[in-house]
Design a protein around this ligand. Structure first.
Ligand SMILES: [Zn+2]
Length: 166
């Protein structure tokens, strides 16, 4: 089963980036207007993640799920969402563009990125991924280490241990 797709509202922008980093489909909606979010969630079949209390005052269609984030802190929000939606075994870090939410594609010929990454990175790495939307290039390197450490911090050592890193 595919994990749920999310629509994060403007009050929790950092959460969207975190969910992407863990490999989840998380769109960010700038508009704070609940009606707008509901319409988009319906259209794209997404669960709304929000801290906006207005949602409890309006009528939300039955087929739209709204999840209220109880914490203001991004770390706790990530943990909350991972636990609530059973995401742990679906975590695939670094498979999605953190900037635009598109799924990354593996670069088949390393030479294709030669002029697009710093030379030092080019000669010391063999695997690169590219975002089909913004063409940003990702590689597994020291920043990956740092990110894994951040994931451990956010999810806690116990949860982080269960993640399969590629
Ligand atoms: Zn991108």
């Amino acid at each position: 089963m595919k994990p749920v797709k999310f629509l994060v509202d403007s009050m929790a922008g950092k959460l969207a980036r975190w969910l992407r980093m863990l490999g989840f489909d998380a769109e960010y909606e700038r508009s704070g207007n609940p009606e707008f979010l509901i319409r988009r969630a319906l259209l794209e079949n997404r669960v709304i993640l929000t801290r906006n209390l207005k949602f409890s005052k309006i009528r939300v269609p039955r087929n739209v799920k709204v999840f209220f984030l109880s914490s203001e802190k991004t770390n706790l929000q990530v943990r909350e969402v991972v636990e609530k939606f059973g995401l742990l075994r679906h975590i695939r870090p670094f498979t999605r563009c953190i900037e635009c939410n598109a799924e990354l594609e593996r670069v088949k010929n390393k030479e294709d990125v030669k002029l697009k990454v710093p030379y030092f990175i080019y000669i010391t790495h063999d695997e690169f991924s590219i975002c089909p939307k913004c063409h940003r290039i990702y590689w597994k390197g020291t920043h990956t280490e740092a990110m894994i450490n951040r994931i451990k911090l956010v999810l806690g050592e116990e949860l982080a241990k269960k993640i399969k890193y590629f």
